[in-house]
Design a protein around this ligand. Structure first.
Ligand code: ITT
Length: 179
């Protein structure tokens, strides 16, 4: 059993399903902690796990993720959570209105602490759609297209190929081997 420290329902739902695939039960704990604004997700994850190491029930992990759009110089990147809550999917589509290079990727960093910090990374590449499509998933899923469909149109299939799946898979394989 592992505790996942998160305030995000969507992240928890997906991580829990991925845990089931590897026979690891994942429970959610919502502890508020200051999120550091840093220049890379790895740095955010490292600082967050260090801030939580004496507060969280053990064993625990957290996950920091973000959407990166190269034609916007990587925006929203480490600011994804804030940007989603402020301008949202419609705001991103507006920023991208006249942009032809629509490449984008999601990145996920899973952080685990056992006296040392361990980081596991996953990435998935796709494109920003021209419209909001689909009603499954969460966050930027309705504007992130992977092979012709948005993540919000995919439902459970997203969990086979997502950034979160890749990072969680690396983490869980490593964790299972430890036990
Ligand atoms: P916690 O830090 O409490 O876990 P959070 O929502 O603040 O929750 P992050 O700081 O990692 O999470 O922010 C990442 C944001 O990026 C998140 O709020 C989503 O809007 C977006 N995001 C991350 N993964 C996503 C995914 O699989 N699909 C859609 N949007 C995603």
């Amino acid at each position: 059993m592992l505790y996942f420290i998160t305030s995000n329902d969507g992240k928890y739902r997906e991580a829990k399903r991925i845990g089931e695939m590897y026979g690891v039960k994942i429970e959610r704990v919502d502890i508020h902690y200051p999120e550091h604004q840093e220049t890379s997700l790895r740095r955010v994850a490292r600082l967050s796990i260090t801030a939580l190491k004496d507060l969280a029930p053990k064993p625990f992990f957290l996950e920091d993720s973000g959407l990166f759009i190269p034609s916007l110089n990587g925006f929203p990147g480490v600011y994804s959570s804030y940007v989603y809550k402020t301008i949202g999917n419609e705001g991103i589509l507006k920023l991208m209105r006249d942009v032809t290079d629509r490449r984008a990727y999601f990145k996920s960093i899973v952080a685990f602490f056992d006296g040392r910090v361990h980081l596991f990374e996953g990435k998935v590449s796709g494109r920003i759609s021209f419209q909001i499509k689909g009603n499954k998933g969460f966050g930027f899923d309705p504007i992130f297209e992977y092979r012709g469909r948005t993540f919000a149109e995919m439902g459970d299939e997203k969990n086979q190929i997502s950034h979160r799946r890749k990072a969680m898979e690396k983490f869980l394989k490593w964790y299972i081997n430890l036990r």
